[in-house]
Design a protein around this ligand. Structure first.
Ligand code: DLL
Length: 435
C-alpha cells in the first residue's frame, strides 16, 4: 500500500517546490491556451502568449477567473479535454443562478483522492481506521472526496452520507468508527444526540475531519469535548476539485495548501493587487495538475491570510488561516458591513453553541436584523440568569462588535432547525425581492 504521507512532496524545500510549481505552471498554461477557447481569447485580449509564462513569477500576467465567468461558460466552456475523457462531474449547491459543474478525468479524480488521503493521514489515519463519512454524497464533493481519500489510505470506509442521526450513531457504535468526516455543524448535532443517549463511552472515535463551512476555535473545542476527539479542519471548493485543497496537520495551526497541485495567492478584492504574505485578502487558486477543469487564478471570494512560517509537523506547504468570511458573504445592514462570523464570535464567546439564525429584513426603507439563538441545555436549566438578561448581554456584545443595534431573541434548546450538511445561518428576506 502506498504511504499517503507523501513526504518527498509535502516537506520539499521551498526552492524545489517553487521550481516544481513553475514547471507545472508552464505546462498548464500551454494546455489551457491550446484547449480552452475562453482562456485563449482572454490571454490574447491581454496580449499574453503562453511563452510569456516562464514560471510562477509570471503568474500575475494571467487574467483572473470569477464565478461569473464560470456561470457564463456553463456547462462546457472551460473544459480542457474532450468530453469522452471525462469520467465524473461534481457540482456546487448554487442556490441562485446557474450551478457550477466541474469535470474530472480519471487522473483528476486520482489526484483529488490523493489530496484527501493526505488529509486523513495528517489527522492520524491509517489502514487500521474505520472512517465514517457523513458528508453528503452525490453532486456535493464532500462525500465522494473523503470516500476516495479513505479508500486510498486503506481505512474501512463507511459511506454513510448525511442525515439519519439515529443510524449514524448505530453504525458508529456497532462498527467502531474511529475517524468521522462531516460538516462541523453536523458534528455538533451528533454531539448533542450522543449526550442525550449517554453513549459517549461506547464510541471509539479519535479524530474528526470537518469543513465545507466556516467554524471557530470555540466550535472546535465544543466538538472535541462532545465527541472526545481531536478535530481537524479541511478546506476546499468544487471549482478547484473539492475537499483536500488544504487541511490541518497535528499542529492545528492553519491548513497546508497542497502546493504541488495548487498555487495560492492573496489579492486585494477591490483592486486585484497581489498582497504580501500575512495580509488579509481574497484567496486565489491556480490548478497546475488537473486537466479537465483547469482553473487559472480563480477568485474564491474567501478572505484569509497565508503564512510560510515553518510548521513543526515538517510540512513545508504554505498554511492558510481559517477563512474569515467571504467577500460575498458580507451583508450591508443599516449601512454597515456585517459578516455572520462576527455575530457567531459574540455568541460563542457568551457560552452559546453555534445554533443560531440571522434574519435580515427591510421594513419601509429601514433594515432590521434579528439574531435568534438557542439556549444550551445547561443554560435552560440554570434559572439564576433570566432569558431577558442573556438577551440584553448579547445585544450589547453585538452593538460593540458591529456598531449597530441588533434585535436578539434567545429561544429554547432545539427551536432552530438543525442542518445535516452546510448550515444555513442567514435568512436575508431583502434578497427575495430581487429575483
Ligand atoms: O464545501 C468542499 C468541501 C467539502 C470542503 C467537505 C471541505 C469538506 P463547495 O460546496 O464548493 O465545496 O463550497 C466551497 O465552502 O469557498 C468556502 O467558502 C467554504 N468552505 C469550505 N471549507 C471550509 C472550511 C466544499 N474548512 C466553499 N472553512 C468555500 C471555512 C470553508 N469555509
Amino acid at each position: 500500500m502506498k504511504n499517503y504521507y507523501q513526504k518527498e512532496l509535502e516537506t520539499m524545500p521551498l526552492d524545489q517546490l517553487q521550481s516544481l510549481q513553475s514547471e507545472r505552471l508552464v505546462a498548464q498554461v500551454k494546455h489551457v491556451y491550446e484547449n480552452v477557447a475562453f482562456y485563449r481569447e482572454k490571454m490574447d485580449e491581454m496580449g499574453v502568449k503562453p511563452e510569456d509564462i516562464q514560471g510562477i513569477d509570471d503568474l500575475k500576467k494571467l487574467p483572473f477567473i470569477t464565478k461569473d465567468d464560470l456561470r457564463d461558460q456553463y456547462p462546457y466552456g472551460l473544459l480542457g479535454v474532450p468530453l469522452e475523457e471525462c469520467v465524473r462531474i461534481q457540482s456546487t449547491s448554487g442556490t441562485t443562478g446557474r450551478r457550477v459543474v466541474a469535470f474530472y478525468t480519471q487522473e483528476d479524480v486520482d489526484l483529488w483522492d490523493e489530496c484527501c488521503a493526505r488529509a486523513i493521514v495528517a489527522a492520524g489515519g491509517t489502514k487500521e481506521d474505520v472512517c465514517h463519512v457523513c458528508y453528503g454524497y452525490g453532486l456535493f464533493t464532500g462525500g465522494p472526496g473523503l470516500n476516495g481519500g479513505s479508500h486510498k489510505v486503506g481505512c474501512l470506509t463507511l459511506p454513510m452520507s448525511s442525515g439519519n442521526t439515529e443510524r449514524q450513531l448505530q453504525f458508529m457504535t456497532d462498527l467502531g468508527s474511529t475517524i468521522i468526516c462531516c460538516t462541523p455543524s453536523y458534528a455538533l448535532n451528533l454531539g448533542e444526540a450522543i449526550a442525550e443517549k449517554g453513549i459517549k463511552d461506547k464510541l471509539k472515535l479519535k479524530a474528526g475531519i470537518f469543513g465545507a463551512e466556516p467554524w471557530t476555535e470555540q466550535m472546535r473545542r465544543n466538538i472535541e469535548e462532545a465527541l472526545g476527539i481531536k478535530a481537524y479542519d479541511i478546506y476546499g471548493l468544487t471549482e478547484i476539485s473539492g475537499p483536500g485543497v488544504s487541511f490541518e496537520c497535528e499542529e492545528q495551526a492553519g491548513m497546508h495548501i497542497q502546493e504541488d497541485h495548487f498555487i495560492a495567492e492573496i489579492i486585494n478584492p477591490d483592486t486585484g493587487e497581489v498582497l504580501p504574505e500575512g495580509e488579509l485578502g481574497e484567496l486565489v487558486f491556480t490548478c497546475i495538475t488537473k486537466k479537465a477543469f483547469p482553473l487559472m487564478r480563480y477568485r474564491t471570494r474567501d478572505l484569509c491570510r497565508l503564512t510560510r512560517k515553518q510548521c513543526s509537523c515538517g510540512r513545508t506547504h504554505v498554511r492558510m488561516m481559517k477563512p474569515q468570511g467571504r467577500s460575498d458573504d458580507m451583508m450591508v445592514v443599516k449601512g454597515v458591513n456585517v459578516w455572520p462570523s462576527q455575530i457567531e464570535a459574540v455568541l460563542l464567546d457568551q457560552g452559546f453553541q453555534a445554533n443560531y439564525q440571522i434574519v435580515v429584513d427591510r421594513i419601509g426603507n429601514k433594515d432590521t436584523i434579528e439574531v435568534q439563538v438557542e439556549l444550551t441545555p445547561e443554560m435552560a436549566q440554570d434559572a439564576s440568569i433570566p432569558v431577558a438578561a442573556r438577551e440584553k448581554k448579547v445585544v450589547s456584545g453585538l452593538k460593540s462588535m458591529l456598531g449597530i443595534s441588533v434585535d436578539v431573541k434567545v429561544v429554547e434548546p432545539k427551536a432552530i432547525t438543525r442542518s445535516e450538511g452546510k448550515a444555513v445561518r442567514v435568512l436575508d428576506k431583502r434578497n427575495l425581492y430581487q429575483n
